[in-house]
Write a protein that binds this ligand. Structure first.
Ligand SMILES: Cc1ncc(COP(=O)(O)O)c(C=O)c1O
Length: 435
C-alpha cells in the first residue's frame, strides 16, 4: 500500500466488535489465561499484553502503522519525543561511551546531550557541522551512535543521511535519526541508511497540538552482534531481564525489544492509550495536511523573501538555502512548512514581531494545523550560551514559523501587520490583541 493508505489503515485488524476506529484500550492490565500463559507472556514467548507500562493494544496499532511507514521491523511508543530520544541513546550507551552528533538539534535535545548525559558519564561530541567529514574525526571505539535530525529544528538544515550513514557504518556505529520535522511521508531515513528513527509525534503526526507522544522505530538492519564489544547491552546476558541475550533471542528486533523490556519497563515513560488514539487520528490526515502546509509555506516564504522589512529568509525551496540540493534529493520536490527568517532590526525587532502577531500563536510547538511563531533566542533556546546558539544555528533576530493550514491570505495579513509593528521601534512593544 502507498503511504497515504498505510497512514489510515496500517497495523489495524478489527476485532470481534468490527469497530472501524481503533478502539481505546483504557486498561492497565490484561488477564492471564493461567500460569503458563503468564510465564509465556513474561518471557516474550507469545505475543500479547499483560501490563500497560510495556504495551497496549491501541499503542500497538500506532507502533505497527509507524513501522510500516518508516520501513522498519518494530517500534516502541513513548510518552513524548524527548523520552524517545533519551531511550534511543540509553538503550545502547553506557558510562564511558560517547555519541557523535550534528550540532543543529532541537533545544531540549541539545541540552540533554550537552548537560545531562555527561552527568551519567556519557559524552556527547558535537561536530562543527552536520557533514560526515566533520563528524568522522570524533568517532572512536567508544562511540555507540551518530545522531542527527534529518531536518534540523529550527535550523532547517537537511542532513546528507547517506553519507553520514556510510561513515558511521564504516566505524561499526549505528545512525540514529530524529525524523520529526520531515515525517515519514516526506522522508524515510531507513531508506537512506539510518538504523534507528525517532519522532516527536507531538508535532506533525498528531497535527492538532493536543497530544505529546514519541516513537522509536528500529530498521532491524544494524549488525549488533558483529560489534559485540561495543554493544554489550544487546550481545551479553541482560541482568535487567532474566539474562536474555537480545541479539540471540530476538535477532533483527534485538534493539527495539530491549528498548521496551529495559528502557520503557524500568523508566515508565509509557504513552497513554488515549494519546495513542489521538495520534492515530492525526496520522490519518497527515498526507492531506502536509499538502496544505506545504502550499501555504511556499506562498509565505515567497512573500517574506520579497519584503524589505525582512533581512533574510531560510526555506529549503530557495536555491540560496545551504541545504537546497540536499532538500531536492531527500524530499523529492516537496518541502516542509517550517520557515525561519530574520526581521530587520535584530533581537529587539524579533521580539516586537513576536509580540505583535494576532493570528499566529506564540508558542513552542510546530506541525499544528494552526500557524505558530517562535523566537528561539528568547524562548526554546534561551538557556543556550551564545556559542551554543551559533552552533545550533540560532541567531538573535531569528523567527521560526510553523505554517498551518488556515487560509494563506489571513496568514499573510497577520505577518504584514506584525512586520509593521516590528519596524516601529519608537512605538514601544505593541499591545497584544485577542484574535
Ligand atoms: C526535532 C524534535 N525532536 C524531539 C522533540 C521533543 O519532543 P516532545 O516535545 O514530544 O518531547 C522536539 C520538540 O519540539 C523536536 O522538535
Amino acid at each position: 500500500m502507498r503511504d497515504e493508505t498505510i497512514a489510515i489503515h496500517g497495523g489495524y485488524v478489527p476485532g470481534s466488535t468490527r469497530a472501524v476506529a481503533v478502539p481505546i484500550y483504557q486498561t492497565v492490565a490484561h488477564e492471564f489465561i493461567d500460569a503458563d500463559h503468564a510465564a509465556a507472556l513474561f518471557d516474550l514467548e507469545v505475543p500479547g499484553f499483560h501490563y500497560n507500562r510495556l504495551n497496549n493494544p491501541t499503542n500497538d496499532v500506532l507502533e505497527r502503522r509507524m513501522t510500516e511507514l518508516e520501513g522498519g521491523v518494530g517500534a516502541l511508543t513513548l510518552s513524548s519525543g524527548s523520552a524517545a530520544v533519551a531511550a534511543s541513546i540509553l538503550n545502547i550507551t553506557d558510562a564511558g561511551d560517547n555519541i557523535v552528533c550534528a550540532p543543529q538539534l532541537y533545544g531540549a535535545t541539545y541540552t540533554y546531550f550537552a548537560a545531562v548525559l555527561p552527568r551519567h558519564g556519557i559524552e556527547a561530541r558535537f561536530a562543527p557541522d552536520d557533514t560526515a567529514a566533520s563528524m568522522e574525526p570524533l568517532v572512536d571505539e567508544h562511540t555507540t551512535a551518530v545522531f542527527c535530525e534529518a531536518i534540523g529544528n529550527p535550523a532547517g538544515n537537511v542532513v546528507d543521511l547517506e553519507a553520514v550513514a556510510e561513515m558511521a557504518h564504516r566505524h561499526g556505529v549505528p545512525l540514529v535519526v530524529d525524523n520529526t520535522v520531515a515525517t515519514p511521508l516526506l522522508l524515510k531515513p531507513i531508506e537512506h541508511g539510518a538504523d534507528v528513527v525517532v519522532h516527536s509525534m507531538t508535532k506533525f503526526v498528531g497535527g492538532h497540538g493536543t497530544t505529546l507522544g514519541g516513537i522509536i522505530i528500529d530498521s532491524g538492519r544494524f549488525p549488533w552482534a558483529d560489534h559485540a564489544e561495543r554493544f554489550p547491552m544487546l550481545t551479553t546476558p541482560e541482568p535487567a531481564f532474566h539474562g536474555v541475550v537480545y541479539t540471540e533471542q530476538f535477532g533483527e528486533q534485538a534493539y527495539i525489544v530491549r528498548c521496551r523490556t529495559v528502557g520503557l519497563r524500568n523508566t515508565g515513560a509509557a504513552l497513554a492509550p488515549f494519546n495513542a488514539f489521538l495520534l492515530l487520528q492525526g496520522l490519518e490526515t497527515l498526507a492531506v495536511r502536509l499538502e496544505r502546509h506545504q502550499a501555504n509555506a511556499r506562498a509565505i516564504a515567497r512573500y517574506l523573501a520579497d519584503d524589505p522589512r525582512v533581512a533574510w529568509v531560510q526555506f529549503a525551496d530557495f536555491p540560496d538555502h545551504p541545504s537546497h540540493e540536499l532538500a531536492r534529493r531527500y524530499l523529492r520536490g516537496r518541502s516542509t512548512s517550517i520557515i525561519t527568517f530574520g526581521v530587520v532590526g535584530g533581537y529587539d525587532a524579533g521580539i516586537r514581531f513576536f509580540n505583535a502577531v494576532r493570528l499566529f500563536k506564540r508558542l513552542v510547538n510546530m506541525g499544528d494545523a494552526k500557524s505558530l511563531v517562535n523566537h528561539p533566542a528568547s524562548a526554546t533556546h534561551r538557556q543556550l550560551s551564545p556559542e551554543a546558539l551559533r552552533l545550533v544555528g540560532v541567531t538573535p533576530e531569528m523567527i521560526r514559523l510553523s505554517i498551518g493550514i488556515e487560509h494563506v491570505d489571513d496568514l499573510i495579513e497577520d505577518l504584514d501587520q506584525a512586520l509593521d509593528a516590528a519596524c516601529r521601534p519608537g512605538d514601544g512593544p505593541p499591545r497584544r490583541q485577542p484574535v
